[in-house]
Write a protein that binds this ligand. Structure first.
Ligand code: NAG
Ligand code: NAG
Ligand code: NAG
Length: 621
């Protein structure tokens, strides 16, 4: 009797197991992932009850636990957790002594990758200031816009970023009552304060801890600029909660305190600052910080410092694969990489070449309210809509007409879901658990990122601006960006901003900017279709000078196409899709094409020879 009973039970369990395997092959992985995510949320909550409410709090805890553990290694020099703590105290003391800042003030930070970026960041955080990271490639008009948007009271600028700044700009900031602090011992400008010379003159004691105390984790911790979807860069609001959650990403992938992280991406991006530096603090790990990514030094550095994990963007992996093969390519201790934008082909090549490295591809945006992580062994997927993901966030892929650049609606005006296997616009429901914090000083633009009344009256979704495809098994794949941005060299380019700047030229009547893909490059490179004013010739030299003065290099349109008329869509938007598809091939396009040629300091006619050289890679873009 007992025997029959037991065998029935065992049989039942076996049937259950087998049917799970067949019908829900990812059941366990989905469940584990969901539980892990839930656990991380619980960790943040529990810590909050112990007074850890911000990254700075977390950092202070690490300093207490392991003061002598190396935190940053930069150009061979080691900075322990305590070293960083002390130097950031000094930065805070300088501002405190100067009486320049109060708790809650916003301070813009324009620095490249170096330890002082982190010292200033934490120094300001210890004073309770909101730090706003600026992209140092951006200058003139855009930069002013950034500083105004986040209502910065002060700008801290590294000496090596000063070169790209015009004198007018300094005066302009002064007029706007923005104080400027230079990370240097002396200043070439009057009225520009210096920091480095003052650091030795103040104690390295902590500033009063009530300054940095956080009352609500949903308050703003920092601003990180993003091109979002339209117009000038926007300051995405990063709350303390968001910053702490982002810092957990590496731990989620299985990184531990023994790990040594190699960080080559720019710190002003959320990925390097929060996933990277925040992630190290979370783990209590060590970060080898690099001024700039170098494909030829990458593996040597990894060997030299015993690097075990790194952060990537798709381009980085591609550049590494493009390096000539070496015998020692697989000799290293790297075991894990986290990042986004790696293409399946490159991913395979990367593993073949550099050995078994676990690659965790994630999907998420600076301002977005969700985060997807590839947690199953599926090449190319950015994430998964597992059985349990509904407990984490509620997202949908909406049917989208790429030609008209708009959502497809049913007869009642509700959105439609994209069928399996077809690209749809990813939207994520805005809830208490997955809030959208918006952009600083711009209610209107924040509202534009939201879709209301999608399926029922009153529902709200965050519009990611990305098209994704879901397959039969619920895996999500990135397909394309829609609308007004494209990515090039890891940066978002906002087509409207570029159009506005090109439109300032007096010989141009109309501009339409878009991104075109080039073989063997990630993302899309900028191209501008322009209509000239009647009887005005195209002036390549002047356009070149203008573009170089006003736009960071990744946003400068590499190709120009002269059109007689600009086609528009039924809703009066510029037609982009057919232009994007036609690309820049002079064999296909009969209209005049130009090419931004640095040696000539001009836009020169795009000949077939140039086209061939670009496509073959002889001319590097
Ligand atoms: C700057 O500060 C001065 C003096 O406090 C004030 O008069 C002026 O209006 C301020 N300018 C701006 C643009 O806020
Ligand atoms: C890297 O690891 C090796 C072997 O474990 C060790 O001898 C060496 O000192 C380490 N190098 C660094 C920079 O930590
Ligand atoms: C997805 O995750 C698996 C397991 O962690 C990993 O082995 C694989 O490399 C990842 N693939 C991509 C494209 O991210």
């Amino acid at each position: 009797m007992l025997y029959t009973w037991l065998s029935t039970l065992a049989g039942g369990a076996l049937v259950l197991y087998v049917s799970l395997k067949i019908f829900f092959p990812y059941f366990w992985e989905d469940l584990l992932y969901c539980l892990r995510r839930k656990r991380l949320k619980a960790i943040i909550k529990k810590r909050a009850s112990n007074g850890i409410l911000s990254i700075t709090d977390l950092f202070m805890q690490r300093v207490e636990k392991a003061p002598h553990k190396p935190f940053i290694i930069y150009e061979g020099k080691v900075y322990t957790y305590q070293d960083v703590d002390k130097r950031s105290n000094r930065v805070a003391q300088v501002f405190l002594h100067h009486g320049a800042l109060k708790k809650g003030d916003t301070v813009a930070l324009m620095m490249g990758n170096e330890p002082d970026f982190i010292h200033v960041w934490f120094g300001l955080a210890k004073l309770g200031c909101v730090v706003s990271f600026l992209n140092f490639n951006v200058h003139s008009r855009s930069l002013l816009h950034c500083i105004n948007k986040c209502a910065a009271k002060a700008l801290v600028i590294a000496e090596d970023c000063l070169g790209s700044i015009e004198k007018d700009f300094i005066f302009h900031l002064k007029d706007n009552n923005v104080t400027i602090w230079l990370m240097s011992t002396s200043s070439p400008f009057q009225h520009v304060d210096t920091i480095l010379d003052k650091l030795d003159k103040v104690p390295d004691d902590p500033v009063p801890s009530h300054l940095r105390s956080v009352t609500n984790q949903r308050n703003t911790a920092m601003y990180i600029f993003t091109s979002g979807s339209t117009g000038f860069p926007k300051a995405a609001i990063i709350t303390h909660l968001r910053a702490l959650s982002a810092s957990l990403a590496f731990m989620q992938c299985g990184a531990v305190s023994r790990d040594i992280m190699y960080l080559t991406l720019p710190l002003y991006h959320i990925s390097a600052s929060l996933l990277g530096i925040g992630g190290c603090i979370e783990l209590g790990a060590t970060c080898v910080l690099k001024k700039k990514f170098s494909a030829s030094q990458f593996w040597n550095d990894c060997r030299k410092y015993n690097v075990t994990v790194f952060l990537y963007i798709g381009e980085l992996c591609r550049y590494l694969c493009n390096q000539p093969s070496k015998e020692g390519d697989r000799v290293h201790q790297v075991r894990l990489a986290l990042g986004n934008g790696i293409r399946p082909v490159i991913w395979k090549e990367f593993l073949m070449r550099f050995g078994p490295i676990k690659i965790f591809e994630f999907y998420g945006s600076t301002e977005g309210n969700s985060f997807f992580l590839n947690y199953t062994n599926k090449i190319g997927a950015v994430g998964r809509a597992g059985m349990f993901s509904k407990f984490l966030h509620s997202f949908e892929l909406l049917k989208y007409d790429v030609w008209k650049q708009e959502l497809m609606k049913d007869e009642h005006g509700w959105c439609k879901k994209a069928p399996i296997g077809e690209p749809g616009l990813l939207v994520v429901q805005v809830t208490q658990e997955t809030p959208f914090s918006g952009y600083a000083g711009n209610k209107e633009i924040s509202e534009k990122k939201l879709l209301r009344n999608v399926f029922v009256k009153g529902d709200v979704y965050f519009d990611t601006g990305d098209l994704l495809v879901m397959d039969q098994n619920g895996f999500l794949y990135f397909s394309d960006r829609v609308g007004d941005t494209f990515r090039w060299k890891g940066e978002n380019v906002a087509t409207i901003e570029v159009s506005e700047i090109i439109g300032m030229m007096d010989f141009i009547q109309e501009v339409n900017v878009y991104g075109v893909s080039v073989k063997n490059y990630e993302g899309r490179i900028g191209m501008a279709a322009i209509v000239l004013k009647p009887d005005q010739p195209f002036d390549g030299e002047r356009l070149y000078k203008h573009v170089v003065d006003f736009l960071p290099s990744y946003a400068q349109p590499r190709f120009v196409r002269i059109m007689d008329v600009m086609q528009i869509t039924a809703t009066f938007k510029h037609q982009k899709m057919h232009l994007v598809n036609e690309g820049f091939n002079p064999e296909i396009i009969s209209e005049p094409l130009y090419f931004l040629h640095e040696p000539a300091c001009s836009y020169i006619p795009l000949t077939r020879e140039i086209y061939k050289k670009v496509v073959s890679g002889e001319i590097r873009l």
